[in-house]
Design a binder for this molecule. Structure first.
Ligand code: SF4
Ligand code: SF4
Length: 87
């Protein structure tokens, strides 16, 4: 029932907050859906759960405002399908 964003229990860290304001600029990331093979690595590794899979299993920026530009997704994408608009 909490909306604090924190996970209950000892040792659980809250997800980091984004310092980026995407409301005045482009989306945090570009995803080349032609190159993407729906491996879901980016979805699994994103620390702030920015992505949700679409019906083909390819990532959608479901929570774009939570992207902290940590680079994990584009550094781990085997098909170089993700690029940042801010880095
Ligand atoms: S840059 Fe980091 S926070 Fe942003 S979508 Fe990729 S893994 Fe998630
Ligand atoms: S890591 Fe790359 S290839 Fe895999 S689902 Fe994400 S964008 Fe697609």
């Amino acid at each position: 029932m909490s909306d604090s964003g924190q996970v209950a229990g000892s040792g659980a860290k809250p997800a980091p907050k984004s310092k980026y304001d995407y409301s005045k600029g482009p989306a945090p990331l570009n995803i080349n859906l032609t190159w993407c093979k729906a491996c879901n690595i980016c979805i699994a590794l994103c620390p702030t759960q920015v992505f949700e899979p679409d019906r083909d299993g390819k990532p959608v920026l479901a929570r774009a405002n939570d992207c902290i530009q940590c680079a994990i997704c584009w550094q781990h994408c085997p098909d170089f399908a993700i690029t940042s608009n801010y880095k």
